[in-house]
Design a protein around this ligand. Structure first.
Ligand code: PMV
Length: 304
């Protein structure tokens, strides 16, 4: 027997440092954000099955439904999102996770946490090709995480001593993950030693940032975010608009600012412990929407 309707919810994410190099096995630091996406699944009673949903989402729904032994045509699926879509803030991972959670409830087939994550990863790949898994890891785990895709324990919860306020600014230029990731792979395959060195250097920046974060040294963390942005520029994934936003944020007092996610548009993050609102105002004056998010520090479960 099936539920009349079922709802799955998942959070968006932000990558603090380590995007792109994380695909090649280097670490990344990421966090869930307090913006959520909700998927509602109910039996179809005529009409358009999916409302205003794109082709990739249809494909993802069909694949996910089949995994639960459900004919996709029998479903009505609605998506409501507080996460800006296509900005590198984890909307695809949140959609995949919320969809699996909703279908599990709808079909009354409970899954273990690991099964939810692996099914959601399969669905996320409909959007991203082969994603590193960092977006999904942040959404599944919550809080602030350390992620290393090829490690025996890929996700480690980080416990910053204080909550961290981060400005997230939208460039207004939507982008996909697949394009920037595959173009960078082409460059890497052409010059593996050079690009491999840049990935490892980024990994060193991320490892240093973990130390700065654990010590609550936000000035140092900001400097390392700036270094990471410089490396992302060297990797060729920033844009003039993103660079302008980064400069605006730093001029308004941010100790660190960088692109977040795949680049080629999308979003910028800025750390401004002495005045996030000044950064928001400076960006707004130039027409860029931004908001402040407090990265949740979860209750300690053990030592870091
Ligand atoms: O989807 P985005 O923009 O958050 O990018 C994901 C991060 C990348 O490192 C660029 C890709 C990946 O799979 O990790």
């Amino acid at each position: 027997m099936k539920e009349a309707s079922a709802v799955g919810v998942a959070s968006g994410k932000v990558i603090l440092l380590g995007e792109h190099s994380v695909v090649y096995g280097e670490p990344a630091i990421a966090a869930a954000i307090d913006r959520q996406l909700e998927v509602t699944v109910r039996p179809r009673s005529g009409g358009n099955p999916y409302g205003a949903i794109g082709n990739r989402q249809r494909l993802a729904i069909a694949r996910a439904a089949q995994r639960f032994g459900i004919e996709p045509e029998t479903l009505m699926v609605e998506v409501r999102s507080e996460i800006p879509m296509g900005c590198g803030l984890g909307s695809s991972a949140a959609f995949s996770l919320a969809l699996i959670r909703a279908l599990s409830l709808f079909s009354r087939k409970p899954l273990l946490d690991g099964e939810v994550a692996s099914r959601a990863a399969e669905i996320e790949n409909v959007f991203h090709g082969t994603a590193s898994g960092v977006d999904l890891a942040a959404a599944v785990q919550g809080g602030v995480i350390w992620f290393e895709r090829f490690s025996a324990a890929p996700i480690v919860e980080l416990l910053p001593p204080e909550p961290l306020d981060l400005v997230i600014a939208l460039s207004g230029k939507p982008r996909g993950t697949f394009g920037p990731v595959s173009r960078l792979r082409d460059r890497y395959e052409r010059f593996p030693k050079l690009y491999g060195r840049m990935f490892r250097l980024t990994g060193d920046v991320v490892r240093s940032a973990r130390i700065a974060l654990a010590a609550g040294d936000l000035e140092l963390l900001g400097s390392l975010m700036n270094a990471a942005h410089g490396l992302l520029n060297a990797l060729g994934v920033s844009t003039p608009t993103i660079d302008r936003m980064v400069r605006l944020a730093r001029s308004a007092g941010a100790v660190g600012a960088k692109l977040t996610g795949a680049g080629g548009g999308g979003a910028v993050i800025a750390l401004a412990p002495r005045g996030a609102e000044a950064v928001v105002s400076a960006l707004a004056e130039e027409g860029f929407e931004s908001f402040v998010t407090r990265l949740s520090v979860r209750e300690p479960k053990g030592s870091q």
